[in-house]
Design a protein around this ligand. Structure first.
Ligand code: GDP
Length: 286
């Protein structure tokens, strides 16, 4: 897991580094977490990418609510962007990438051909995204071999190399690393719940409160069955206590161990014990 401390200077540098790479590429792959596509987005991405053709990749779709992912794909389509659901870890959806990238640049390549270039070069792509969204996993998947993870800190530079992906695509071997939207508390919680930011950064109980409130509102049946509850108490402390008693998370004094409950709930979410979950939907205001 990347530990990056973002300061205004680092953000400016990260932005500059991505923009420098844009001159080498035809298309940017904007990697988002399918469970939190808005919160895992860089707030300045439109400005950073400018007019560069962009393919939105909803990664970790294996962990997201399929119906909600479909809504997101439609949402992006309505905005004139192509979005594809993928699972970089297993490779699901990844085979579509080269074809989709080629489609995005067909006008540019048609112009190249019109100028007399008979065999245009492969489409060149760059992966951009916030830490932990799956950039290295996707690069390795596309490369079909393991590539050492480097350049994970803004400012770490090395010679750029192209990875060949079949005959029709080349990928820059170092991704563009961008920062998430820190200013918004909800965004922080969503990134913490999905494991994009380290647990030490936010208080575990706070994150679990956020998650349990969300699940109570949007996936109540999952909570009922997972924790064998008769109902879901509206009061969050009562909900912690109900789960804690079911799970035997008790302190020496017989009270509920809230830290332990928080740990169990977050671990259950991240290991899919509560099923596939999406924490943001285009139509859902949370
Ligand atoms: P990076 O910081 O953006 O390069 O992210 P990594 O590639 O290191 O991935 C962060 C974590 O997410 C790792 O534990 C990966 O195994 C996991 N991961 C990446 N892609 C997927 C995916 O599509 N599905 C699932 N379930 N996990 C993924």
């Amino acid at each position: 897991m990347a530990t990056i401390q973002w300061f205004p200077g680092h953000m400016a540098k990260a932005k500059r580094e991505v923009q420098e790479k844009l001159k080498w590429i035809d298309v940017a792959f904007e990697l988002l977490d399918a469970r939190v596509p808005m919160s895992s987005r860089n707030p300045m991405i439109d400005e950073i990418l400018g007019q560069k053709p962009r393919l939105v990749l909803l990664n970790k779709a294996d962990m997201a609510d399929e119906a909600v992912t479909e809504q997101w794909i439609r949402y992006f389509r309505e905005q004139g962007k192509t979005a594809i659901a993928i699972d970089a870890q297993s490779g699901t959806g990844v085979r579509q990438l080269a074809a989709a990238a080629k489609e995005m640049v067909k006008d540019k390549f048609a112009k190249m051909r019109a100028k007399g270039i008979k065999n245009p070069r492969p489409v060149r792509a760059l992966i951009v995204g916030i830490p932990n969204v799956g950039k290295s996993t996707l690069i390795n998947r596309l490369a079909g071999r393991h590539i050492a993870k480097t350049g994970d800190k803004p400012g770490v530079t090395k010679a750029q190399q192209w990875i060949k992906v079949g005959k029709e695509m080349e990928l820059l071997d170092t991704p563009g690393i961008l920062w998430p939207k820190f200013e918004d508390e909800d965004v922080g919680y969503k990134l913490a719940v999905t494991g994009a930011i380290k647990d030490e950064i936010l208080n575990g109980q706070d994150v679990a409160v956020y998650a349990l409130r969300f699940l109570s509102a949007h996936y109540p049946e999952r909570l009922l069955s997972r924790y064998d509850l008769d109902d879901i108490p509206a009061d969050i402390i009562a909900l912690f206590e109900a789960i804690g008693r079911r799970r035997g998370c008790l302190t020496a004094g017989g009270g509920v161990d809230y830290d332990k409950v928080a740990e169990i709930v977050l671990s259950d979410i991240r290991t899919e014990k509560l099923g596939r979950l999406s924490f943001e939907a285009p139509a859902l205001r949370t």
